[in-house]
Design a protein around this ligand. Sequence first.
Ligand code: NAP
Length: 480
Amino acid sequence: MRNIVLIGLPGSGKSTLGALAAKRFGLDFLDMDAEIEREAGMSISEIFSKYGEPHFRELETAAARAAARRLRCVIATGGGAVLRAENMRALRENGFVVFLDRPPAQIANGLDAGARPLLAGGTDRIHRLSRERRKRYLAFADARLPCAAGLKDASEGLCRLVRCEYPDAAFAVIGDPIGHSLSPAIHNAVFAALGADCRYSAIRVPKGRLDVFVERARFFDLSGFNVTIPHKQDIIPFLDGLDEEAALCGAVNTVRNEGGRFIGYNTDMEGLLRAVEGRGRAYGGAGVAILGAGGAAAGIAMKAACERARRITIFARRPAQAEELRRRALRAAAARGAPDPEIRTEAMEPRAMCDAVRDADILINATPLGMSGTKSEHASFAFLEYLPVRALVCDLIYEPARTKLLREAATRGFETLGGLDMLIAQALLADEIFLGRALDADALSKLAAGAVADERRSVRASRRASGNAGRRRRIEGEHG
Ligand code: NAP
């Protein structure tokens, strides 16, 4: 929800269109030239004739810096604001820049040159300004809005662009790292399919910066957000309430703005269960083996305990962590009225794993072992030889789509389930919370999987392109 910054030649309609768009969307409007005149106590023409253009440019830079500090504002810049890169750097920091591209001949026809000092020499000057500045307008713009077809068309075009920045509802996923997130592709595809005027983006929030994010989210009245590593637990003190499932597992992955109150939910646990059920399996009555004892494993253990799994085995490299998880799962089961489930903890080492997976119906990897970029891998897959052939082997990891664990399991004839199914299932459950209505999970899961495939293709293509560009640069470098 950035400012909307309008750039373009004098007379291209920045003030008129900007004021109209601001009024329509209930945003503030700021005309930088009018601000400069107000501050200086004289007109722009008087500033030019009394102090010259360099002095005016100084005032313009100060005005650009002040404008950049505004929030929820449409800003009409002066035609020459692009002459100094520092002006545009400041305005772009929190602004979406739109170039109003009106042909100079059309501007010359309708322009009152007397009111514009730079056009005092006659309207021919506008053509020269266009030749001098066009490249800069294009270089600094996030979007170009052709304005040749008249004010009405231009106004509608601008409103469409502003609409994208200020939709009816805005959502985000926060985490760090977040660049790899598939969530925007999934949620935006779902919103588009539902015809919902919502926008979903990814925001990097480093550890320790949740306070700043939550303050801004409240100020902007963000409709809701998803939470991923490393904030699922840390977000809780910043919220106004928790639903039962989130309170039970002590982790939140979905926050909804309910009339100004931020309420936390957890759709991870139910998401994995839905994905497992999608394979015709259930936790109820099953032997569930969980590798890892972190946040995701906690959710799975508690859900499996509440769903009355026959036996839950938690494998962890730190026994204390597994024991703590066991106690929490027992408490959760008691709170839900599930009879005392059998929960064992085991060391995450090959021999113990081979012994303890013999009666598992569902095995779930909830560690980052095998994840792209981590270079870590399971020490051994020998435990697969001891797993009953009927077992479903799941991996929460979705990058890569098929981890080594899943490939090893598939070659031994096991049915497998990758992390993408869970990711999509928890995202659809989050959208049900965000939109406050039930969704057609079957149809939307397929649509979301298609959006993820498209996103992965486009990431691969851009990596190839930047790899080629890098290679080209190196070769050019080698040739001096
Ligand atoms: P977490 O809280 O950091 O827990 C990770 C667990 O794995 C901890 O028990 C950790 O033990 C253990 N572990 C880490 N490295 C290990 C190693 N080299 N050997 C043995 N154990 C190791 O993370 P999380 O939030 O539970 O996430 C776990 C995985 O699930 C991640 O890969 C995450 O991307 C994935 N995930 C996927 C989805 C989805 O929608 N598909 C949702 C949530 C999570 P220590 O504490 O001793 O390090």
